[in-house]
Design a protein around this ligand. Structure first.
Ligand SMILES: [Fe+2]
Ligand SMILES: [Fe+2]
Length: 299
C-alpha cells in the first residue's frame, strides 16, 4: 500500500432528512455501496415530514453520530409545550403538533441528547454544524457572502466547515478553508427532487467533495403523507410541504411571508390566492422584494 492510500479517508455526511423515510432508505443503500469510513448526520432528522420516528430509528441502529438541527429544537419545544400558546391550536402549527406527537418518549430523549456540533474521528480538520457555528438557524447558502464564510472559518479551529439547513448543496473555497453544504436528503430546495448528501475524501490533507444525488420513490413518500394521517391532520402546512417535495423549492416560508405582508393569517383558505401569486421558479430574494414592494403598509 502506498503512503497516499494509507492516509485516504472517506466520510459520508447527510442532513435534513425531515421524516422522509423512502428518501433516507435510498441514501442508505447508496452509502452501503460507497462504503465510507465514517458517516455523520447533520440534524433536521425530524420535522417537515411524517416519519420522523422511523428516521431516528434507522440512524440510531447504525450508531451514526448526529447533531441537532432547528427542527429537533422545534419539536422538543412542542412536546414540552414550551411554545407560544397560539401554536397549540392555530391551523398553521397543526403539522408541527402532529409531528411532535408522532415521536416516542425514547425518540424525544434521544433528540434531547444531540449536540450542537460534531467533530470527525477520521478527519480532525472537519467541523459539522447544522446551520453555522453561530446558530442552528443561521443558514449558509450560495447567496452567503464570501466575507461571512471566511469570518466563520477564521473563528473555528478546523479548516473544513460542513453544514446543512438551507437544503441547497454548496462547496465554497475560502482563504481560511472550505465550506460545504451537503444539501437535503428528504426535502431539497435546489430544484432537484432526488435525495442529496455528500462524501468527503481526505487525501494527505487535501479535501475533495462529491455531492451525490440519489433517485428515490417520491410516490412512497406522498403515500406516507396519506396513510400516516399527516396529510389530513397537518392542515395547510402539510399541503405546502407536499408542494415543496414536488417542486424541490420552498413553499412554506414564502406562504408565511406573503400572508404576513398582506396582514392575514396563513390559513388554508388563503392558499389558492397565494398559489396564483407565487412563482416557484422565481429566486426567493426576488419574491421577498416583490411582496415588500407590493404590500408595503402605510406608516
Ligand atoms: Fe432542514
Ligand atoms: Fe434546519
Amino acid at each position: 500500500m502506498s503512503p497516499a492510500q494509507a492516509t485516504t479517508k472517506r466520510i459520508a455526511i447527510l442532513a435534513d432528512v425531515h421524516g422522509n423515510l423512502p428518501a433516507l432508505e435510498a441514501v442508505l443503500e447508496d452509502i452501503e455501496v460507497q462504503a465510507p469510513d465514517e458517516v455523520l448526520v447533520g440534524g433536521d432528522l425530524v420535522g417537515r415530514g411524517p416519519q420522523g420516528s422511523a428516521v431516528i430509528r434507522e440512524i440510531r441502529r447504525r450508531g451514526w453520530v448526529s447533531i441537532r438541527g432547528n427542527h429537533e429544537e422545534y419539536l422538543l419545544s412542542f412536546r414540552r409545550q414550551d411554545v407560544p400558546p397560539d401554536w397549540l391550536h392555530l391551523d398553521e402549527w397543526a403539522a408541527a403538533r402532529w409531528m411532535a406527537a408522532e415521536l416516542s418518549e425514547d425518540d424525544i430523549e434521544y433528540l434531547g441528547t444531540l449536540a450542537f456540533s460534531a467533530r470527525c474521528d477520521s478527519i480532525p480538520q472537519l467541523l459539522l454544524t447544522h446551520g453555522s457555528p453561530v446558530a442552528t438557524s443561521d443558514g449558509l447558502g450560495p447567496w452567503t457572502r464570501a466575507s461571512k464564510l471566511d469570518r466563520l472559518l477564521a473563528g473555528i479551529e478546523e479548516s473544513v466547515l460542513v453544514c446543512g439547513h438551507t437544503h441547497r448543496p454548496m462547496v465554497r473555497e475560502l482563504d481560511h478553508g472550505l465550506v460545504v453544504n451537503v444539501g437535503s436528503v428528504g426535502l431539497p430546495f435546489n430544484g432537484d427532487r432526488r435525495a442529496q448528501y455528500a462524501i468527503l475524501t481526505w487525501v494527505d490533507g487535501d479535501c475533495r467533495v462529491e455531492l451525490r444525488q440519489v433517485e428515490y420513490d417520491l410516490e412512497a413518500t406522498l403515500s406516507a403523507y396519506r396513510t400516516t394521517g399527516f396529510f389530513e391532520a397537518g392542515g395547510v402546512t402539510a399541503e405546502l410541504l407536499r408542494l415543496e417535495l414536488l417542486h424541490a423549492t420552498p413553499f412554506l416560508v414564502p406562504f408565511q411571508r406573503w400572508a404576513d405582508a398582506i396582514g392575514k393569517p396563513p390559513e388554508t383558505g388563503r392558499l389558492e390566492e397565494f398559489l396564483d401569486f407565487y412563482e416557484p421558479d422565481e429566486p426567493l430574494r426576488d419574491f421577498f422584494l416583490r411582496i415588500e414592494s407590493m404590500f408595503e403598509r402605510p406608516c
